[in-house]
Design a protein around this ligand. Structure first.
Ligand SMILES: NC(=O)c1ccc[n+]([C@@H]2O[C@H](COP(=O)([O-])OP(=O)(O)OC[C@H]3O[C@@H](n4cnc5c(N)ncnc54)[C@H](OP(=O)(O)O)[C@@H]3O)[C@@H](O)[C@H]2O)c1
Length: 283
């Protein structure tokens, strides 16, 4: 009998691209982009024989944190991060499919310096509210993994790429000094997701980021400048309040670091940030 299939949604996002690599050569894995499955219109989803699927990995999300605060953005964020996730949850529950969903540090207000999986939701902005609601829905699917992550870096627009480009062009940026967290390279995020499924780890929520001391965005930027052969002093630190003064921006949690002991206890060890950062920058 052919092995059951795994459907990856959001296959062209940062995580989606890494999942393509993590599952390279695995013929039972199907990758769907927005052109194949528009999550915002569940009624238009292609009909599938769900009995042939063992898992759905939802790597798609509305991730425009600041635009989510606008009238249209609020609707779009809820459509993708909550209504579509509810439709996926119904499918998964009805057909005994494992639903893998990706959550965010933005479900918390960031007052706790280290987030454990069971910390109650306390989102500050619309994006965080929709991610929290999505998590709540997925948590009642009998077979689910919620993988909660932070500060994602992969193949796409992200902070590391932006800073590396500024360093190359000799620009001296002001970078937020009072938000502290850990980067998550999509290579490890995708590997962690595959690990949970392959190992048949107990269902539930798992934190996942790379390892190392939590750092501010400014400290990470300074390291990127150093690795690019520039002076760390070219990066000025600024408070979140000053950085966003006069701008339409979502509120951000000040602490985004996760306790990683639960996923580590399943036998998965994410790589240190420094190692991944150097490799990402080709150093
Ligand atoms: N990025 C971060 O720093 C961060 C931090 C914590 C948690 N997360 C979570 O990590 C997960 C992966 O994030 P990421 O960084 O890989 O995000 P990403 O690069 O923005 O990718 C999101 C993907 O979702 C797709 N998508 C958006 N709306 C869709 C729709 N209506 N129908 C189908 N696909 C749709 C996008 O398609 P298009 O390319 O066509 O727009 C994109 O390919 C998300 O759940 C996110 O909430 C991210």
């Amino acid at each position: 009998m052919a092995p059951k299939k795994i459907l990856v949604l959001g296959a062209d996002g940062q995580l989606g691209r890494a999942l393509r690599e993590a599952y390279a050569g695995a013929r039972q894995v199907e990758f769907a982009t927005r052109a194949d499955v528009d999550l915002a219109s569940p009624d238009s989803w292609p009909v599938r024989n769900w009995r042939n699927y063992s898992a759905i990995i939802n790597a798609a999300a509305y991730t425009a944190v600041d635009t989510a605060e606008t009238d249209q953005g609020r609707r779009d964020a809820w459509a993708v991060n909550v209504s579509a996730v509810t439709a996926l949850a119904k499918v998964a529950a009805a057909h005994g499919i494992t639903l893998v969903h990706v959550s965010s540090d933005y479900v918390f207000d960031g007052t706790e310096p280290l987030h454990r999986e069971e910390e109650p939701f306390s989102p500050l902005g619309v994006y965080g509210q929709t991610k929290s609601a999505g998590d709540a829905v997925v948590s009642v699917v009998p077979q689910h993994y919620i993988v909660r992550t932070s500060w994602v870096v992969g193949d796409g627009g992200n902070f590391v790429r932006t800073m590396a480009s500024l360093a190359e062009r000799g620009i001296s940026p002001s970078v937020v000094e009072d938000q502290v967290g850990r980067l998550t390279f999509t290579e490890d995020l995708a590997a962690g997701i595959r690990h949970l499924l392959d190992a048949g780890a107990p269902y539930g929520t798992y934190n996942l980021s790379n390892t190392g001391d939590p750092q501010s965005w400014a400290a990470i930027a300074r390291r990127i400048y150093q690795l690019g052969g520039r002076d760390a002093g070219e990066v000025a630190g600024v408070s979140t309040a000053d950085y966003f003064a006069g701008k339409e921006a979502a509120p951000r949690p000040l602490h985004s670091s996760f306790d990683l002991s639960k996923i580590e206890a399943t036998g998965f060890s994410p790589a240190p940030i420094e190692e991944r950062l150097k490799a990402y920058l080709g150093k």
